[in-house]
Structures are given as C-alpha cells and as structure tokens.
Design a protein around this ligand. Structure first.
Ligand SMILES: *[C@@H]1O[C@H](CO)[C@@H](O)[C@H](O)[C@H]1NC(C)=O
Ligand SMILES: *[C@@H]1O[C@H](CO)[C@@H](O)[C@H](O)[C@H]1NC(C)=O
Ligand SMILES: *[C@@H]1O[C@H](CO)[C@@H](O)[C@H](O)[C@H]1NC(C)=O
Ligand SMILES: *[C@@H]1O[C@H](CO)[C@@H](O)[C@H](O)[C@H]1NC(C)=O
Length: 436
C-alpha cells in the first residue's frame, strides 16, 4: 500500500489524463487481473514486452508505470513517457503489452500495471536487466616488461551486471607464483600481485571476467621478464688431438634474446667457413639457447682460448673455453678418465686450485666482491653443473630448473666424448666467464 502513497502524484496525473477519456457507465462486474505479470530477465540491448492481462475492463483504462522512477509510461493505448523506446499494444483490451525496445540497464525495476477502478487495482512485474562482462582496457593492465626479481602487479577491471568476478590463469596452464612459497593455478580478484618475479614466470596471463551472463570475456596480458645473459659451459676444458674435429658448447639464458656468437682471444667473431661451424638452437623456454662451435681438423693454431658471448641490453658476459692438445685416443673406444692426458698446460694446472685470477678489467672492486660470490656459488653446486651470471640482482642465486636442460647437457657431454676425445671440467678457469 505504501506504493500508493509514493505514487500519489502519479495517480493524480493518471486520473487527470483519464478524466478526458473515461466515462464509467457502471458495468455490472469490476475489472480484475487474470494472471500475474511475468518477471523477466533480459540482456541489455534486447527488446522485451511485459504483459498485463485483465478481464471485464469495460470502459476502464489500463496504465503502465515504472515504480522506482515514479513514471507513468502508458495509459490505455497512449504513450505518456517521452522515452522513445516505450510503446504499448493490446489484444482486444484484454492483454496489455508494454514494449521496451533496446533495453538499457536503467530500465530495470518494478513495473506496475494499474486499472483505474475507484480503488485502483495494481499488480507488479520485475524486469531484470543483465549485462555481459566487459573488460575495461583503460583500467586494466597491458603487456608489461619487468626486470627479474621485481614485484609485478596486474589489474583487470570489468563492468557488467551482475558485477563480474575476475580470475587469473596462465595461458599455458602452469601455476601462478604469487611469491616464493605460494603458487596457485588460479587467482581470484581484480589485482594479481607477484613478488620477486622470476624468468619462470614469464609468459601470458589471462584475466577472465564472468558473471552469469554469457559470453565470458578474457584479456591476455604478456609479462616479459628481462635479465642479463647467463652462460653455462658444461665443459670448460676440452681436449682434442691434432687433426680431429671438436665441438665446443655453451648454454645461454637471456631475455630479451641475446646476440650469441663465438670469439677467439682477439675478440673477433668466428664465422662459419670450412674451419668452423657454429650452431645456435633455441631451447624451451625460448630464453634458453644451446650454442655449439665445431672446429674441423684441429691444427696447432686452433689451440687456445675460445669464448662464447651472449649480449643483450642488460649486460655483456662471456665464457671461455680452453682447447688444448691431447693425446690421440689409443684405441677406438672412447678414452676413460684414467687416460686423461698428462700434458696439461702448466698455466691451467695452476688455475685448477680454485683461485680466481684477477682481471685486467677496470671494475676491480666490484670484481673482487663478485669473485667471492661466485666462489661460494661454486661450492653450492653440483660439480657437473656450473652456473653463473653476470650480475644477479639482489643477491639470490637463480635455481636452474632441474628438468630437461641438465639431462640434455650431460647427454651432450657424452656425445662429445663418443666422438673424440677427452673432456675435462675445470672449475678453476670459471672466473673468465664473469667478465663484463
Ligand atoms: C516476481 O518477483 C517477485 C519478487 O522477486 C515475486 O514476489 C513475484 O512472485 C514474482 N512473480 C512471478 C510471476 O514469478
Ligand atoms: C616486493 O614485495 C615484497 C613483499 O610485499 C616487499 O617486501 C619488497 O620490498 C618488494 N620489493 C620491491 C622491489 O618493491
Ligand atoms: C605468499 O602469498 C600468500 C598469499 O598472498 C601469503 O599468505 C603468504 O604470507 C606469502 N608468503 C610469503 C613468504 O610472502
Ligand atoms: C670432421 O668433420 C668433417 C665434416 O663433417 C668430416 O668429413 C670428417 O670426416 C671429420 N673428421 C673426423 C676425424 O671425424
């Protein structure tokens, strides 16, 4: 009944309009509603009609009103509102249809169908307007490029009715690392915050907005994690007899993709010709590369130092491999470690005691600090696996993923052995690799 109070003004208007058109001639039975107005849920943009069915209308009139807006929409077959999307039709004065075209969110609410009997008869129907989710690009993150170990915050804002919920997933289905100790396959909320992001977190993230209204929408946000090139040399000392072919190898990780090449002592880039063959294979993930340099028919002048170089905008480390003369294999099977050559370069012997030779490089102070750091890193790692990085930010040691790459590398080692030769891993010359 409260509606009648609030609609007092409307009713006054209603009757004022009716006064000119209605003349109650006193028909025996009062008009009545036959059935309830159906509640309707409709996506915005559609057309909709609400039906109000009456009997014994006689000379009475039916009006449609919007309750929350206190607006008279139609009276009898006249449209009162100025809203051009509203119209009214009837089926022999029995069913009165209120038509709303191109429904908008503001059209939602309670619709009243009223008969102008002495005590007005009223019934209500609800119109629910739903809106599929829509991601607002201007309030959402776009692709980001960050340095490794930075914190990353992605946001995604969606409108819609009912209010959409947001969840995040990685495009490749892997888990989202919220922080070092907490990973989830799905994260809920407008904001996704990842602390100390690592290269493993690089990739596309999907923000998915859904409410009950199809279609669900998503936005793909690419997260690029930049880091300085990192080199990993499985065998830093490689022996090859004169006249044999030998392949040196080096693994790199870098983002953005580094320019990778080999040099000799003189720093000149080695190009493919009938002496050398170089190969770079992109690994998985794509920031990994496996570099190989094959030297055909080794001659005296081929022995010495080789460097694999990886350059990206973040730094410029290089890695050194020393090729020395070794005894040819005595028999066809690959030599065993007991047959290691005794002809090691004395300089190398000297270095094998794990001291870090000082550098001609200008950044002496920094070098010293780094040297220490690398030494301790070396103590931590398995001897078949050497890892280092030019300038690891904020002091943590990056953990090499334990899957494919290691196996891949040791396999490489074996194939090298099979082909030739004698491999010697010497940690001593490690610091060569740390040059900026
Ligand atoms: C429409 O919805 C209202 C409230 O949600 C409810 O009271 C009414 O019974 C519904 N009408 C029909 C026809 O379902
Ligand atoms: C990253 O977030 C962590 C935890 O919220 C905070 O301790 C750290 O200072 C943040 N680092 C940076 C670089 O903002
Ligand atoms: C990691 O994130 C979760 C969820 O935000 C939080 O509860 C937890 O304390 C965080 N752990 C660390 C080590 O920051
Ligand atoms: C070295 O490689 C070349 C080209 O692949 C090949 O023809 C030659 O037989 C190889 N030599 C030895 C000693 O394996």
């Amino acid at each position: 009944m409260k509606h009648f109070l609030t609609l007092c003004g409307m009713q006054f208007l209603f009757y004022a309009i009716l006064a000119s058109t209605s003349s109650n001639t006193g028909i025996s039975e009062d008009p009545e509603f036959v059935e309830q107005i159906e509640n309707i849920t409709v996506p915005a943009g559609r057309n909709v009609k609400l039906a109000c069915t009456v009997k014994n209308l006689g000379t009475f009139k039916v009006a449609w009103m919007h309750f929350e807006q206190s607006a008279i929409l139609t009276v009898h077959s006249h449209v009162i509102t100025r809203n051009p999307r509203i119209s009214v039709t009837h089926d022999k004065h029995r069913t009165w249809f209120l038509h709303i075209s191109n429904v908008q969110e503001e059209d939602r609410g309670r619709y009243m169908c009223q008969i102008n009997t002495v005590t007005a008869k009223t019934q209500f129907g609800y119109l629910h307007v739903v809106v599929p989710p829509n991601i607002d690009d201007s309030l959402s993150s776009s692709d980001v490029i960050v340095r490794e170990a930075a914190n990353v915050t992605l946001t995604c804002h969606a409108s819609g009715s009912p209010t959409p919920s947001i969840k995040w997933k990685r495009d490749d289905g892997s888990k989202i690392a919220i922080n070092k100790s907490f990973s989830v396959s799905e994260w809920e909320g407008e904001v996704l915050e990842m602390t100390r992001i690592s290269r493993l977190d690089m990739g596309a993230y999907l923000c998915i907005a859904s409410n009950s209204v199809p279609p669900t929408v998503s936005k793909r946000i690419k997260v690029s994690v930049d880091f300085p090139p990192m080199l990993w040399i499985p065998h830093q000392l490689v022996g090859a007899p004169l006249g044999y072919n030998v392949t040196l190898e080096c693994h790199t990780e870098a983002h953005p993709t580094s320019l990778n090449y080999w040099t000799r002592d003189d720093g000149h880039m080695i190009h493919d010709n009938n002496k050398y063959h170089t190969q770079s294979r992109v690994g998985s993930p794509a920031y990994k590369t496996h570099m190989q340099l094959t030297i055909y028919k080794t001659e005296e002048s081929d022995y010495g130092t080789y460097k694999c170089v990886a350059k990206n905008p973040h730094s410029l480390p290089d890695g050194t491999i020393r090729l020395y003369t070794s005894a040819p294999p005595s028999t066809s099977p690959a030599p065993t470690t007991s047959e290691l050559p005794q002809t090691l370069d004395p300089q190398l012997e000297e270095k094998s005691d794990n001291t870090i030779p000082s550098h001609k490089n200008s950044h002496r102070e920094e070098k010293g600090r780094k040297g220490t750091k690398y030494t301790s890193n070396l103590n931590e790692i398995d001897k078949s696996e050497q890892k280092f990085q030019d300038s690891e930010p904020r002091g943590t040691h990056y953990e090499w993923p334990e899957q494919k790459s290691n196996n891949g590398c040791s396999r490489q080692g074996f194939s090298l052995e099979k082909h030739i030769i004698i491999l010697l891993i010497m940690i001593g010359s490690f610091s060569h690799l740390c040059r900026r």
